[in-house]
Design a protein around this ligand. Structure first.
Ligand SMILES: NC(=O)c1ccc[n+]([C@@H]2O[C@H](COP(=O)([O-])OP(=O)(O)OC[C@H]3O[C@@H](n4cnc5c(N)ncnc54)[C@H](O)[C@@H]3O)[C@@H](O)[C@H]2O)c1
Length: 256
């Protein structure tokens, strides 16, 4: 997304918990000739988020597009094996981290609302559950939550003119399956079980991240709310919606 936004001439403020990844990204982004600043940031730390966002505005003078994108796979596997730290990690990063970033940026975005857009990275896992199960209940929980956050924000912010997009991709070729390797000590430390998960093998055949970023830029330009880039799971989403509609029809069975 950073590369695709840079192709459009946008200056970039990158934030990530991993300093080495920031440095690597900056090297790649140097080719675009835009200003690129980086900030080491743990999005689970609300005070640190506030501090970085303030510094970004001071440095760039304005904030226009916010991509709340940091996320982790969580520990995949049977839900009965998840402990409190497993839940805390995935909820703190994927759900609260995104909410902190969006909430903190909002006062700055509202200074130029017509030029402001919020991009929330959910997932196709925010709209459907894999069938058969792939042990992603905790991940699904956070990504469904982000769809709710994005839809609520869109209602709140439409009168101000701030756009909102919720990204719901399927597989993109990134490091997500290895996020357990850098799980912080406060959440139980590193693990690598997900590296052997069937989704890890699928990553290399996933969408190229720059291509995905270009699709996101088009979605921002067209102010699309739910951003679907991989239509292959449409049937599962339809099936889910049909079940919900049927539950409305069946409400009389339980209410008399
Ligand atoms: N790759 C896919 O197939 C896919 C599909 C759907 C959704 N997503 C979502 O896309 C987003 C980006 O993930 P990705 O696929 O690029 O994986 P990735 O692992 O390559 O990138 C995630 C980044 O988040 C950073 N991060 C982790 N914890 C953090 C924290 N506490 N504070 C700040 N940064 C932190 C990591 O260092 C990493 O650079 C995630 O929200 C993920 O859930 C990915």
């Amino acid at each position: 997304m950073a590369g695709a936004l840079a192709e459009k001439g946008m200056n970039l403020a990158l934030a990530d918990i991993d300093e080495a990844k920031l440095e690597a990204a900056k090297k790649i982004l140097a080719q675009y000739g835009v200003r690129v600043e980086s900030y080491t940031l743990d999005v689970t730390d609300k005070e640190a988020v506030c501090e970085v966002v303030k510094r970004v505005e001071e440095t760039f003078g304005t904030i226009n597009v916010v991509c709340a994108n940091a996320g982790v796979s969580g520990k995949m596997g049977p839900i009965q094996e998840a402990d409190v730290a497993d839940w805390d990690w995935v909820i703190d990063v994927n759900l609260k981290g995104v909410a902190y970033v969006v909430q903190t940026c909002l006062p700055y975005l509202l200074k130029n609302p017509q030029d402001a857009h919020i991009v929330i990275t959910s997932s196709i896992s925010g709209l459907r559950v894999y069938q058969p199960s792939r042990g992603q209940a905790m991940y699904n929980t956070t990504k469904f939550g982000l769809v709710g956050l994005g839809e609520a924000l869109q209602v709140d912010l439409a009168p101000h003119g701030v756009g909102v997009s919720i990204l719901c991709p399927s597989i993109v070729n990134t490091e997500i399956s290895h996020s357990g390797l850098s799980r912080p000590e406060k959440y139980g430390g590193a693990f690598e079980t997900n590296a052997n998960h069937e989704l890890a093998n699928a990553a290399s055949s996933g969408t190229d991240p720059l291509q995905f970023g270009r699709w996101v830029v088009k979605a921002i330009e067209q102010n699309l709310l739910h951003v679907i880039t991989h239509p292959n799971d449409q049937a599962l989403v339809e099936e889910r919606h049909e079940k919900i509609i049927n539950s409305f029809k069946n409400s009389r069975l339980i209410t008399g």
